[in-house]
Ligand binder design. Sequence first.
Ligand code: ADP
Ligand code: TRP
Length: 320
Amino acid sequence: MRILSGIQPSGTLHLGNYFGMMRPALALQEQGEAYYFIANYHSMTSLFDAPRRRQNTLDVALDFLACGLDPQRTVFFRQSDVPEVCELAWMLSTLTPMGLLERAHSFKDKSAKGIPVNHGLFAYPVLMAADILIYDSNIVPVGQDQKQHVEMTRDIAIKFNEAYGETFVIPEPRIKADTAKVPGVDGEKMSKSYNNTIEIFGDEKVLRKKVMSLKMDSRTPDAPKPDAEHNLAIQLLKVIDADVGREWEEKLRAGGLGYGDLKKKLFEVYWEHFAAARARRAELSANLDYVNQVLREGAARARAQATGVLHRARRASGLE
Ligand code: ADP
Ligand code: TRP
């Protein structure tokens, strides 16, 4: 079984990315041959600062390795180290109806918000399809917001197979229901674009303040809270540790628990959860030669695989 996922180097890793995508992806490392990559071509649709992209790319590499990516097992690489994916994206784009792209949430949301939309952003699901198909991927672990893109990938692959004969494996999204849409500090989906994130790695004081500033209602500590499951701190606690989350949900429901104490608990559990990863990340940051070597070796393995599939597609479509 081939498992593949990617993350854009467009900002700082947050709880949504970690629990929605990274942790499920890391758990799948044991169950098949995993390919995880840093989607730096994708980041070009919205980030126009070269040093920033370089730095963010290194940060994603550190994040993934610190959180448990095993480079012996998993092929870990930068998207742009396999430029073949761009050729495949071109081939796929010729089978992608305009209407399909016009229906993409990512594009619709950004244009609705008045963000200037470039062709790359419009065509982004085609590049994502190429990312997935060029590695013969079976399973794609992602958060809920990426489901539509994987469905588009399936549509495009089926069209190609119909036009040119069986060429591509049809992939499936893998979405973990309980962490598919982690809420941000405002209760909306946590996202870099909404300025509502809680980062995984960062300054303790700043992050404590973010957690302690979560907005709660004005009921007194004594009041029972029959709607405890809707409380944002409880929801986040459950994402990080389901058992502790449920236990504190019952405490809140019963009454007698103040929001300050609840948020303190949330911060503690969150900070402790990433303590080991934080230490590993600090070690890795002092050993960038190792990190760069992992990416170089990953690129060579990924490229060998991608070249084979690209040739298959070139032969099937009459380019060769
Ligand atoms: P962002 O929305 O912050 O820009 P990305 O688009 O870079 O995040 O997402 C990287 C991965 O993390 C994707 O698989 C995405 O589905 C997942 N993800 C992002 N935000 C969340 C969230 N709030 N809950 C669950 N998964 C998420
Ligand atoms: N579009 C994904 C995101 O923004 C990142 C991504 C690019 C990806 N190519 C992919 C995810 C292929 C899974 C598979 O989060």
